[in-house]
Design a protein around this ligand. Sequence first.
Ligand code: A2P
Length: 358
Amino acid sequence: KEYNVAILGATGAVGMRMIDQLANSTVPVKNIKLLASKRSAGKKMKFKGQEVTVEEATPESFDGVDLVLASAGGAASKKFLPEAVKRGAVCVDNTSAFRMDPEVPLVVPEVNVDQLKNHKGIIANPNCSTIQMVVALEPVFKKYGLKQIVVSTYQAASGAGQSALNEFYQQAQDYLDGKEMKSTILPTGSDKKHYPLAFNLLPQIDVFEDYGYTHEEWKMIHETKKIMLNDMDAKDIKVTATCVRVPVPISHGESVYFEVADKSATAEDIKAAIRDADGVTLQDDPDHQVYPQPLTAEGHRETFVGRIRPDLENEGAFHLWVVADNLLKGAAWNTVENAERLVEQDLVHVPEDHYEAK
Ligand code: A2P
């Protein structure tokens, strides 16, 4: 069986990587459609060495499509994905448009692949910073239980899209050339003020919401609970986050403090659980200065974990450092990995009671 696949947002930072990840996946592709905005229509791109012309996305673009991989922003997903589902296409969406919808499974294959079978046409891919944290913590949760997670993120510029990444590089160049740095996007295109990221740190990712937390921080709280407990408001695991944009182009880092339920667990036990888990590589050897870094994680599909150590004040509490390529495991690869699992489980079918636009 082969599938007609469409990539929505094919020209973006994530979309370009979706093309590459799909080409190197187990998904049998019959025909590929590359969709973007009107601006990119006519642009030539390549899939498995063959030239493909980018088309402007319209509802009719999805006629005859079996599988859609989307990363063109929340507004485009809201507009197009219900249209695609109506036309019989199963959609894996990398935007935040449907993540919290109770009808939409939010899936990280290493953690909750069993949720895929509940889809009604749309499967959501979590936020990049959530994905790498749950991949690292799921093996700990399964073996020792989790009571609390406190995470601080060090997030790369590319998480804000290709234009933000370009703005960051230009700022760095201007700074070194002794010119004034210009900011029009970061910290977020959707807020009023903009600041340089080069040679700086921005403790704002997305807009501010309730209690002084940013939208990104709320995403980490709610998505972690929905993925690990299947309930965004669950109280079983307490989660809190501080999200910071750092002057790194690709790969997010996270410092995670967590408390386990089984107080007999040692740091060696935690290391062993993480070492044996799918999709994770342990890089934890302080004696030889081995630990995960953005530069070494870039371009890889795995999540890298190191600096695992006990908290010395609280019993059953630990710290770790986790790094993953935000554009691959945090986005394009997790999307394609979900597509691979859908194909393997023969779930590339839209059910009759499919998702309808609300
Ligand atoms: P385009 O390149 O034509 O603007 P990024 O996250 O790197 O900024 O990329 C966003 C992606 O989403 C790009 O491929 C962009 O296409 C695409 N996109 C943005 N808005 C729309 C829209 N309304 N319809 C279709 N594609 C869109």
